[in-house]
Design a protein around this ligand. Structure first.
Ligand code: C2O
Ligand code: CU
Length: 469
């Protein structure tokens, strides 16, 4: 394989020791074999995993009135030229950066045949934020074997979740996603609006220091007639957060991580912080002057929308001192569909890092409760449970915490209760020292990854599983 599989052979003694799994084996990372468990009563056996996921596949038919949306994605290496002329040695779906933009209408059946041409680590397609049946989730050695060169795997799931999502490989996710194995997935409601609309899906991705929005680095320009309803769907496919600022107009933050917010207010001159893996949908009506979406306060990176095709360069405002929109206070509060205070399970996850022996040398591992994957015990839940998580960050780095298969409801951040629109997310940034309380309903049986979406951190052990009992 192009990327050597690292073996964690033992653990350093001293202050920052990584706890051992129940059997006391060393940590083994990115194994191509069935998942290695650390033993102990909290773990289920490999044989049982294979059996339980096999039955959890998607339906073969669309919902009544829906269409079949068929896509083929071929993973392969390619040299891709960005808009600036810069060439990227990439790992791609279909030779493109980003991979093909997948779209569907509510009720359709999405069928994606994933082929691997020459990605030696193997590939999968994971539908980030999309609550697919577990067997379609694209997690190597948990829900399927990785697709090796010359192999294929067919995913099927209903487009029953409207909104902005994305897909990426889950095998050797760092470096594979960073090198380009990602694309967007957007599901639109069946009833479209008759209005003049401009709907842009904009993945943000960094290639060796250069930020690209969609398939362009630098700045992209679009024309939109005044009065056009514009929706910008920003997708952070990087491992670090991005700051977004929209200049020249008031706007609404219409959706977070694919889910609509309850009556979002108009705001202006505020920035948004988009967590790694997260999505923000912004809506506004095009004014008769230019609007710019500025990334990371760099006026030369992002999207410029002009009301006409005049030649003159509009001046772009400095956004660097704009405050951040407080999502916990934004939108109109309404009741959540379950009572998080009556949780059936409550887990606390302490995120930190510690020294471990990696390839015979001491190196830092990213840990949960002092252990690294796969020595972290599974969290067991039962179908129907309301599950509460307290996520504590004791480290000096931000950890974008991500759960597969379920949206989580944010209850509080650092003791401050959420008081705006119910905030559903699948990836939330836990900054150094912060404590987040979230809850979800266990309504999607199977085995689900729960991990840091800073993908190097995930590869360094910050990854565990939520398992239905
Ligand atoms: Cu987008 Cu497990 O990841
Ligand atoms: Cu992390």
């Amino acid at each position: 394989p192009a990327v050597p599989r690292r073996r964690f052979v033992g653990l350093a003694a001293g202050a920052g020791v990584v706890g051992l799994g129940g059997t006391g084996v060393g940590l083994l990372f990115r194994s191509a074999d069935p998942v290695v468990t650390g033993g102990g009563p909290a773990h289920s056996s490999g044989a049982r995993q294979a059996r339980s996921v096999a039955g959890l596949r998607g339906p073969a038919e669309p919902a009544p009135g829906g269409a079949l949306r068929r896509y083929t994605l071929t993973a392969r290496r390619a040299t891709v030229r960005l808009a600036s002329g810069r060439e990227i040695d990439a790992w791609t779906y279909d030779g493109r950066l980003p991979g093909p933009a997948l779209t569907a209408t509510e009720g359709d059946l999405i069928e994606v045949t994933l082929r691997n041409s020459d990605i030696q680590t193997g590939v999968t397609a994971h539908w980030h934020g999309y609550d697919v049946p577990c067997g379609e989730d694209g997690v190597p050695d948990l829900t399927q074997r990785p697709v090796e060169p010359g192999e294929e795997f067919v995913y099927r799931f209903r487009a029953d979740q409207v909104g902005t999502y994305w897909y990426h490989t889950h095998e050797a996710s760092d470096p594979a996603v960073r090198k380009g194995l990602y694309g967007t997935l957007v599901v639109t409601p069946r009833e479209g609006s008759g209005a003049r609309r401009l709907d842009l899906t904009l993945p943000v991705h960094t290639f060796a220091g250069t930020v690209a929005v969609g398939d362009r680095d630098g700045r992209t320009t679009h024309t939109a007639a005044p009065g056009t309803e514009v929706r910008l769907r920003l997708v952070n496919t990087d491992s670090d957060p991005h700051r977004l600022a929209l200049t020249g107009t008031r706007f609404r933050l219409a959706a977070v991580d694919g889910r609509d917010l309850e009556q979002p207010q108009q705001v202006r001159d505020v920035a948004l912080r988009l967590a790694a893996g997260g999505r923000h949908d912004l809506e506004f009506v095009m004014p008769d002057t230019a609007v710019a979406l500025v990334l990371d306060d760099d006026p030369d990176t992002g999207v410029l929308l002009r009301p006409d095709d005049a030649e003159d360069e509009p001046a772009i405002e400095d956004t660097s001192d704009w405050p951040e929109l407080d999502l916990l206070r934004y939108g109109t509060p309404t009741r959540a569909p379950f009572d998080p205070d009556a949780a059936d399970r409550h887990f606390t996850l302490v995120l930190d890092r510690a020294l471990a022996m990696v390839d015979g040398r001491p190196a830092y591992a990213q840990t949960v409760d002092g252990r690294g994957h796969p020595s972290i015990p599974d969290l067991l839940v039962a179908e129907g449970d309301v599950v509460r998580f307290t996520v504590v960050n004791r480290s000096l780095e931000t950890h974008p915490w991500h759960l597969h298969g379920h949206p989580v409801l944010v209850l509080s951040r650092d003791g401050r209760r959420a008081s705006g629109s119910p905030l559903w997310t699948d990836t939330f940034d836990v900054r150094p020292g912060e404590v987040w309380e979230v809850a979800f309903r266990a309504d999607n049986p199977g085995m689900w990854m729960n991990h840091c979406h800073n993908l190097p951190h995930a590869e360094q052990g910050m990854m565990l599983r939520v398992v239905y009992d």
